[in-house]
Design a protein around this ligand. Structure first.
Ligand code: HEC
Length: 137
């Protein structure tokens, strides 16, 4: 009986440690991603992710940002020049490819974007970026 309790407490403690470790990893990724954002993306998408009307689309509450991770990873790697509606608006500027960024940097910046400006979505990992990068060759 005591053994069971001890094992139960042990498992619970491990679960808490693993989940807080995971949370710390995400916080670190968001902090590093913010630096990439400020250097590379801010000039167009603005400090609050609000974009510039009719020129650069907002990242705040964007269905792209909150949607399929592969699609936004591909946008950062390949840029975006399609004149398609983004949440019912059109934008005249082009986004250049940012394939010079590392898998880590792209994962971090997208994790930051998906968890800033009022957005809340799961983290992007370097492994996910690597898969999309390898598909584009
Ligand atoms: C030169 C200005 C510019 C820079 C720098 C830039 N973007 Fe963009 N971005 C755009 C434009 C313009 C579009 C839409 C292009 C279109 O409509 O074809 C876009 C589209 C997007 C989209 C999809 C649409 C949306 O609003 O959700 C995402 C996501 C995105 N950019 C993220 C980023 C990230 C992350 C960075 C930094 C690594 C970045 N962009 C850097 C101009 C820029």
């Amino acid at each position: 009986m005591i053994k069971k309790v001890v094992t139960g407490v042990y498992i619970l403690a491990m679960a808490i440690m693993v989940s807080s470790f995971h949370q710390n990893q995400i916080s670190a990724s968001i902090a590093r991603g913010k630096q990439v954002y400020n250097k590379v993306c801010l000039s167009c998408h603005m400090i609050d992710g609000g974009g510039v009307p009719n020129i650069n689309p907002p990242l705040a509450q964007s269905s792209y940002v909150l949607g399929d991770k592969k699609r936004i990873i591909a946008i950062v790697l390949n840029g975006m020049t399609d004149r398609i509606a983004i949440d019912d608006e059109y934008y005249s500027n082009n986004m250049a490819p940012h394939s010079d960024l590392t898998d880590e940097e792209i994962a971090n910046v997208l994790t930051y974007v998906r968890n800033s400006f009022g957005n809340k979505a799961s983290a992007v990992t370097a492994a996910e970026v690597k898969v999309v990068r390898s598909m584009k060759k």
